[in-house]
Ligand binder design. Structure first.
Ligand code: ZN
Length: 275
């Protein structure tokens, strides 16, 4: 029996706006409503970005606190993962990791730099190490965001130096212009490159999402979807987070994989049981 599938929803990201897709959740209440609906449909992890009241990306501890409070009041049981990505506003580790002590179970950690279409995805060594230390202090498990293969070997090196605890959990971020192209061959290469015993997930931007998630599900990995990764469900059809999660649930059924509950995902990811 293949492992159950962990579905992560990334509802907001840093880039989408209401103009780009009116279903993009931006306020804490909208984000929590969307995650609650996606959790009912089968998502067990929520990858969360915060936006300030003007809609711009922020790493504000207060906004993350508001999102987590809204989520807690909806009693979803979902695993919460805060973004520490390079486009959230701040550049220093204390800014990017400002929400680490709020009780989230996971956080994203990019272990190398690459390019976004309009700027550097800047993750200098000192920032990576400080974020990793802060996550460990707060009992937060990193999801290693790999925009290219070098980020996998760098994460393995950090683990060897004792800065990251194994087993590692990776997310292969594919198809971002300036990062690794979203091909099945590249996905296989990335997965072959992770340390034994690691868990992994994949996501891909835009039209690459369906073929890459299909491959990932077939290879025994896990899958991320959401408006952060694609604004369209298919050509000419705007997506909602719920539509995207439902599609991944359907893909899992077609591939003969059951969908993991949040508690099952906690065990697979080595997280503490929910309290
Ligand atoms: Zn993100």
């Amino acid at each position: 029996m293949p492992d159950k599938l962990i579905i992560t929803v990334a509802p907001t990201g840093n880039v989408p706006t209401k103009e780009m897709n009116p279903a993009t959740p931006l306020t804490p209440a909208e984000i929590a409503d969307d995650i609650a609906e996606c959790a009912r449909l089968g998502a067990s992890v929520a990858h969360i970005h915060a936006r300030s009241p003007d809609g711009l990306p922020t790493q504000s501890r207060d906004v993350y606190a508001a999102i987590l409070d809204e989520l807690a009041s909806r009693d979803t049981g979902v695993i919460t993962m805060i973004s520490t990505g390079a486009r959230g506003g701040g550049t220093r580790a204390d800014e990017r990791g400002a929400g680490m002590d709020l009780g989230c179970e996971m956080a994203s950690l990019a272990t190398g730099s690459s390019n976004f279409p309009d700027r550097v995805n800047a993750n200098p060594p000192d920032v990576i190490e400080a974020l990793a230390r802060r996550m460990r202090e707060c009992g937060v498990k990193p999801e290693i965001e790999c925009f290219d293969v070098a980020m996998i070997s760098n994460a393995a090196a950090l683990a060897e130096r004792g800065l990251l605890d194994e087993p590692l959990h990776f997310n292969m971020v594919m198809g971002v212009p300036g990062s690794i192209p979203a091909t099945e061959r590249n996905l296989e290469f990335m997965v072959e490159s992770i340390p034994p015993g690691s868990t992994w997930c994949a996501c891909a931007i835009g039209r690459a999402q369906v073929p890459i998630l299909t491959a990932a599900i077939g290879m025994g990995g896990h899958a991320r979807t959401g408006l952060e990764d694609t604004l369209l469900f298919e050509k000419g059809v705007p997506a909602t987070n719920a539509m995207l999660v439902e599609r991944v649930v359907q893909m899992a059924h077609e591939a003969g994989r059951e969908v993991a509950s949040p508690d099952e995902a906690r065990i697979m990811l080595g997280l503490r049981p929910a309290t």
